[in-house]
Design a protein around this ligand. Structure first.
Ligand code: ZN
Ligand code: FE
Ligand code: FE
Length: 167
């Protein structure tokens, strides 16, 4: 189902479509993180990925709660955007031989993922509120808060050592 398919007529349809998009994305991220944990050398980075894997499991279950609150079937819809970001991450990681440079590359890839999630959650929260679903918005806000924190943590790891070791 493309974004401009006739299946989307109302604001509510658009909200549900985008909810399915981020649900698919979170599940793809769940599959990608173990590989990133394995590839990371820096112990702080490895630990950061591990704790974000746990958080991502909670993101999936919060999204499932949003589907239920909104009375729609829990389902994903292909998101070529997240597939592309994860594909690129995998490709670049495969090309970097030096362990320290690889850590810097993994951070860059992970931050692209976090920013994708942040844009989706920001939109979904605004739309949920517009549709009178503050209950859904508050669950989505919890996910957004953790994505932002993960992004900030990655910046700190990069700037307080990993970039310098890579250079
Ligand atoms: Zn997430
Ligand atoms: Fe998408
Ligand atoms: Fe995330």
């Amino acid at each position: 189902m493309g974004l401009f398919s006739k299946d989307i007529e109302t604001m509510n349809d658009l909200f549900v479509h985008t909810l399915k998009d981020i649900y698919y994305a979170e599940n793809q991220i769940l599959k990608a993180l173990p590989d990133m944990i394995e590839k990371a050398t820096d112990t702080g980075l490895k630990q950061g990925f591990k704790s974000h894997l746990e958080e991502t499991r909670n993101h999936v279950s919060r999204l499932e709660q949003v589907f239920k609150l909104h009375g729609v079937e829990v389902e994903g819809v292909d998101c070529p955007a997240i597939d592309g970001i994860l594909e690129e991450a995998d490709e670049i990681a495969g090309e970097v031989a030096d362990k320290q440079v690889l850590d810097a590359a993994l951070i860059a890839a992970a931050q692209a993922v976090e920013h994708y999630e942040m844009t989706r959650y920001g939109t979904l929260i605004a739309w949920a509120k517009q549709l009178g679903r503050n209950d859904c918005a508050s669950l989505l806000e919890q996910n957004l808060k953790e994505e932002k924190a993960a992004d900030t943590k990655l910046t700190t790891l990069a700037e307080r050592g990993i970039n310098a070791k890579a250079a």
